[in-house]
Ligand binder design. Structure first.
Ligand code: NDP
Length: 731
């Protein structure tokens, strides 16, 4: 049988999706391409139809390679999967080699188009490197289907010239893109070498995923791995020559606070608003972490032996000292994070102090329970500390995060080793001073400094019984995996993409204020931010007008100026990421209502400032409406019904927070009950009193911080049976 006459039948449902509705039978009426492409008789021109047929066969080939591999994918098998005659396949592609080459080209072309689209939105070399990583390992590419097909091709490349040509083109393009970006950051030889390494790592990650039978195929972790690698390599190249610290003791943390550094590995803390060097800090390695664990192990026994009332008293004293040093600590936090002093002086230190006060107060109420087991016995439970625990912090609220983890841990009789994010290492050191001044015995609270590797030393240490981490979802997964070997208790406070829903009956000014608080406080670097603002269609225009008016009036400037409302983002790399998302939003068709650019007026050019940005005309499937951006970027989405908005609000892998603005309290409670989020607000947003537990559902985390719930996460229960009669035994 020849070229499509005869046995061609309808497209088989369940096979590749792109052109399912088009028939392969020349005699039947095609339904796929748009109406404007049809000729007068209502049928699709023959050339186009042939193209559609070819593409269908290529998709079937990719399916086949993914399912039965190269050897199993014969012309006859592919023809049978497509419900066409082998002759038709041969007609279009010649032989199996021709078909495979065409399929390989299709995969390569798709990837190249994806990379090109991402690169268009990137303004900096680092952003361009990220675009290449993100596209190659993005969720659309990093799947079993596509990955298995690539792997099948790679296996055959040495044997088929056609495949080799496609592979060469793919490799050349990737290397050229990487080199082009890297050459603006590094000398040519280093750029070439690092480009080759990154390309090899991308291929290696694919290979690992395939070899694990796609069990280890997690696009987000794969991208995080490559990102961390690139950052580490770039920072090595850009690091200034290290001073010989071994031969001279020197002070770190500004000029007045002495912490003696005697090892050669350090990192720098930079003020992100000015680029000024704030401190040089020692990276703690295995030896230092081991020493900290040993010291904590000894100290914890004595700390746990004190009465809870005594422990509580020390914690409450720490709260008082924090408040008395508010101005100094807020100043340091502002320099380290770039957040406005008008925020740090009323929130960051104060929230930490509240936390020590609260847990200092509840320490003495820690108790087990008594259980009546009849006249012959009773039972009781003891709530005991876990032992040595570790806290690992993110960079957005460094002091607050350290306090939120440390206060409940200490109240329960644990010793805490805390590692701040390497971008914001300073206030945790101050907390150590505050706790010492409050009378905390030495070793009960210690700070170790460094990058993720230092964190890993904690999460893998057998003597550390629990890790509480605040960070990205990928970090939470890595910590969970690392903690598995020693079955650690975990609290994971991770990222979010939270919905804020404004119904048509809401008090509009309150809703606007809530949306502002939930998007632009701390320049949007807040995990619980309500960045998906769903507004009822009937009020969206007026809502946006009010919002835009207030955002335009926001004051961006020097974070130390008390009038400044929007400070700097944490780092250049983070700023590039945020700007990349803004560009991507525009490329996807969203409309910038206000903002959308980096602010470089005067001295602000030295720092990393981005104007608060509002996007209108967004869709749920746009990247800016799906990914956590962690910057001042709000997406506004219109909705029509309560049922619809609940479904859309829940259609995310995150579940950290949610907010509802409505005058109808019955509806408010009904909607909140239906939302999948751990922390919710009705007619407000982002308020976090210490009494109320805080934490996420789904990929936003495990466990809770604050409130009495935190006590459960820093203790373990011992059950005791007490007999009050003779022991009866059948033996
Ligand atoms: P990261 O996840 O990058 O880092 C968090 C901390 O974990 C840092 O101290 C980091 O070290 C450390 N770390 C990273 N990898 C590992 C590892 N494998 N093992 C042990 N420690 C590790 O988060 P960011 O600091 O960038 O903070 C932003 C993220 O934090 C956002 O996703 C945000 O949503 C989330 N967040 C969540 C909050 C919540 O309460 N739910 C609150 C605030 C932020 P280092 O940075 O020094 O390399």
């Amino acid at each position: 049988m020849l070229c499509g006459v005869g046995v061609c039948t309808r497209w088989r449902p369940g096979s590749s999706d792109a052109f399912r509705s088009v028939t392969l039978n020349r005699q039947s009426t095609p339904q796929g391409p748009a109406r404007k492409d049809r000729d007068r008789s209502g049928t699709v021109p023959r050339d186009e139809l042939e193209e559609v047929r070819k593409r269908q066969l290529i998709e079937v080939t990719i399916d086949s390679l993914a399912e039965v591999g190269f050897v199993g994918s014969t012309l006859a098998q592919i023809a049978s999967r497509a419900n066409v005659s082998p002759g038709l396949v041969a007609h279009y592609f010649g032989d199996k080699d021709g078909l495979l080459e065409a399929a390989f080209r299709t995969l390569g072309r798709r990837l190249a188009e994806g990379v090109r689209a991402q690169l268009r939105g990137m303004q900096t070399p680092r952003g361009r490197i990220q675009a290449i990583i993100d596209t190659n390992l993005g969720p659309a590419e990093f799947t079993q289907r596509t990955g298995s097909a690539w792997l099948a091709f790679w296996g055959q490349v040495p044997h088929f010239r056609g495949l080799k040509r496609v592979q060469n083109a793919y490799q050349r393009r990737m290397l050229a893109n990487l080199r082009h970006a890297l050459r603006r950051l590094l000398p040519a030889a280093e750029a070439r070498s690092l480009a080759a390494t990154i390309a090899a790592m991308i291929d290696g990650v694919w290979l690992r995923a395939a070899l694990s039978n796609w069990q280890e195929a997690d696009s987000e972790s794969a991208r995080a791995l490559l990102t961390a690698f690139v950052d580490a390599r770039l920072s090595e190249y850009s690091a200034p020559a290290r001073p010989d610290l071994a031969s001279s003791s020197r002070s770190v943390v500004g000029t007045s606070d002495a912490q003696i550094v005697q090892t050669a590995t350090t990192f720098q803390s930079i003020n992100p608003a000015t680029g000024a060097l704030l401190a040089e800090i020692r990276v703690d390695g295995a030896q230092e972490v081991e020493a900290a664990v040993q010291a904590a192990w000894r100290a914890q026994k004595k700390w746990a032996a004190m009465s809870a009332t005594e422990r509580g008293r020390i914690l409450r004293r720490a709260a008082d000292i924090l408040r008395s040093r508010n101005a100094e600590l807020a100043h340091l936090e502002t320099c380290d994070t770039g957040k406005p002093i008008q925020e740090t002086s009323v929130v960051d230190v104060a929230s930490g102090a509240d936390c020590f006060e609260y847990f200092g107060g509840v320490a003495a109420s820690l108790a087990g329970e008594h259980l009546d087991l009849g006249s012959q016995a009773f039972g009781y439970t003891r709530r005991e500390p876990l032992g040595v625990v570790a806290g690992i912090g993110a960079w957005n609220y460094p002091l607050q995060i350290a306090c939120w983890k440390t206060a409940p841990a200490l109240a329960c009789g644990n010793a805490m080793i805390f590692k701040p994010a390497e971008l914001t290492p300073l206030t945790a050191i101050k907390l150590q001073e505050v706790l010492a001044a409050a009378g905390l015995p030495e070793g009960v609270f210690q700070v170790v400094q460094g990058y993720a590797d230092t964190g890993r030393l904690l999460t893998r240490h057998p003597r550390i019984r629990k890790v509480s981490v605040t960070g990205a979802v990928a970090t939470g997964k890595a910590v969970m995996a690392d903690g598995a070997a020693t079955l650690k208790h975990l609290t994971l406070e991770l990222g979010g993409k939270s919905p804020l829903i404004v119904f048509e009956d809401a008090r509009l000014d309150n809703a606007v204020a809530g949306a502002l608080l939930g998007n632009f406080y701390s320049a949007g670097e807040v995990c619980s931010n309500g960045t998906r603002v769903f507004v009822h269609r009937s009020i969206k225009t007026v809502f946006l007008e009010k919002l835009a008016r207030r955002v335009t009036a926001m004051r961006i400037g020097d974070p130390l100026d008390p009038r400044t409302q929007v400070g700097a983002l944490i780092s250049e790399r983070h700023m590039e990421k945020v700007l990349g998302y803004i560009a991507r939003g525009q490329a996807e068709g969203a409309r910038v209502v206000v903002g959308g650019y980096r602010v470089t007026t005067g001295d602000l050019a030295k720092g990393y400032f981005v104007a608060p940005t509002i996007f209108d005309e967004c869709h749920d499937d746009m990247l800016i409406a799906r990914d956590e951006i962690f910057g001042p970027v709000m997406t506004v989405l219109a909705f029509d019904t309560e049922e619809e908005v609940i479904a859309r609000a829940n259609a995310t892998e995150f579940g950290l927070a949610a907010g509802v603005f409505t005058a109808d309290l019955t509806r408010a409670h009904r909607v909140i009950a239906a939302l999948q989020a751990g922390t919710c607000w009705i007619n407000h947003y982002n308020i976090t009193p210490i009494e109320l537990r805080f934490g996420g559902m789904k990929l936003s985390g495990l466990g809770r911080e604050n409130g009495r719930a935190a006590l459960e996460h820093y203790t373990q229960l011992k059950s005791v049976y007490v007999a009050m009669a003779d022991v009866e035994s059948p033996y």
